[in-house]
Write a protein that binds this ligand. Structure first.
Ligand code: ADP
Ligand code: MN
Ligand code: MN
Ligand code: MN
Ligand code: MN
Length: 359
């Protein structure tokens, strides 16, 4: 298969997308597989759905996704959130799902379940999360988009928030993804070109509690799906190119009601003391290959030691200057890697700040 044989004919597709569906709608069920990837399949429903509770459970072959053994392969899909479908339009929807086993236990890769339990138990804290998703766009052969075929672009410097040919690559994909997120009611708060060419960021949030994980996973689905139409690959690898090229993170901005109110700074300081005692536990769910990224260079902190500071991009946690001056606001955990699971990140933060819950 070559690059040119995989480009689909989206102009022809337009004609069919406009056809009347005669009252039926299409629901695209989306779930997280056994290797931090996304899968989806779709189903016809006889009428429009306005509440996730109206949707039927479904299932899939977990032995084909690394989520179940062949002799007991049925994995169940339980809908947890619905979004308007920016590809099919109309009343068609995207459905975020949890994965469950036939014995009534969550699938081994269903990290949402525990996170939702702990957030429900501590809902009085009114957590808000805003995540900065960095990612890199690759060509069909897996090399960063727009980079010279057998070499490297000029050193980093002109690319971050860059404008102009040779400074940014694939702005069309980034724009398409932004609009698709807005259409789907994803709380996308912005986007920018990153330090390494072909690397980008978008932010999702602030979202309350478990919604952050749902929306961020759906935004990743949209990104893969949009990039597919442009023949580009998306990688969330935290250090896609070794050497003097920035890695990719998933900075996690966090606040509770107390932190956002007058005198909030003392609650942020108390949170820092708690985070300092659980560096190892946090790093264990902050993404694979994160040690390749967290070298202490390229605006990262040390992998092993917790530090925090005002306006310090070399610390594990940064408190922004405005927050320190106003004495209230939020903090930014800079440790999570771009490929980390937002359910696990937000779950362990609530656990560390508020206490464990048996569930
Ligand atoms: P940076 O300066 O680190 O690049 P960004 O502007 O990219 O920061 O992202 C900041 C994120 O913080 C946004 O996703 C935003 O939704 C989130 N955020 C803003 N206020 C709060 C808050 N009070 N609690 C949690 N997250 C917040
Ligand atoms: Mn089949
Ligand atoms: Mn940012
Ligand atoms: Mn960034
Ligand atoms: Mn940041």
């Amino acid at each position: 298969m070559t690059e040119s044989t995989i480009i689909s004919n989206t102009a022809n597709l337009e004609k069919y997308l406009k056809l009347d569906q005669k009252g039926s709608i299409i629901a695209e069920y989306v779930w997280i597989d056994g290797s931090n990837g996304l899968r989806s399949k779709c189903k016809t429903l006889k009428k429009k759905v306005t509440d996730v509770k109206e949707l039927p459970e479904w299932n899939f072959d977990g032995s084909s996704t690394g989520q179940a053994p062949g002799h007991n392969s049925d994995v169940y899909l339980r809908p947890v959130a619905i979004y308007p479908d920016p590809f099919r339009l109309g009343d068609n929807i995207l459905v975020m799902c949890e994965t469950w086993m036939s014995d009534g236990k969550p699938n081994a890769y269903n990290f949402r379940h525990d996170a939702a339990v702990i957030m429900e138990a501590h809902k009085d804290y009114e957590f808000w999360f805003g995540l900065e998703q960095e990612y890199t766009l690759l060509d069909f052969y897996g090399w960063p988009y727009g980079w010279p075929k057998n070499g490297f672009p000029a050193p980093q410097g002109p690319y971050y928030c860059g404008v102009g040919t040779g400074k940014v690559f694939c702005r069309d994909i980034v724009e398409a993804h932004y609009k698709a997120c807005l259409y789907a009611n994803i709380n996308i708060s912005g986007t920018n070109a990153e330090v390494m060419p072909a690397q980008w960021e978008y932010q999702v949030g602030p979202c309350t509690g478990i919604n952050l994980g749902d929306e961020l996973w759906m935004s990743r689905f949209l990104l893969h799906r949009v990039a597919e139409e442009f023949g580009a690959k998306v990688t969330f690898a935290p250090k896609p190119i070794p050497g003097d090229w920035n890695g990719a993170g998933l900075h996690t901005n966090v606040s509770t009601k107390d932190m956002r109110e007058e005198g909030g700074m003392k609650h942020i300081e108390a949170a820092m003391e708690k985070l300092a005692t659980r560096q190892k536990e946090h790093m264990s769910v902050y993404g694979e290959d994160n040690q390749l990224r967290m070298t202490g260079k390229h605006e990262t902190a040390s992998y092993d030691k917790f530090t925090w500071g005002v306006a310090n991009r070399g610390a594990s946690v940064r408190v922004n200057r405005a927050c320190a001056e106003e004495g209230k606001g939020y903090f930014e955990d800079r440790r999570p890697a771009s490929n980390a699971d937002p359910y696990q990140i937000t779950g362990i933060i609530v656990e560390t700040l508020c206490g464990k819950v048996e569930g």
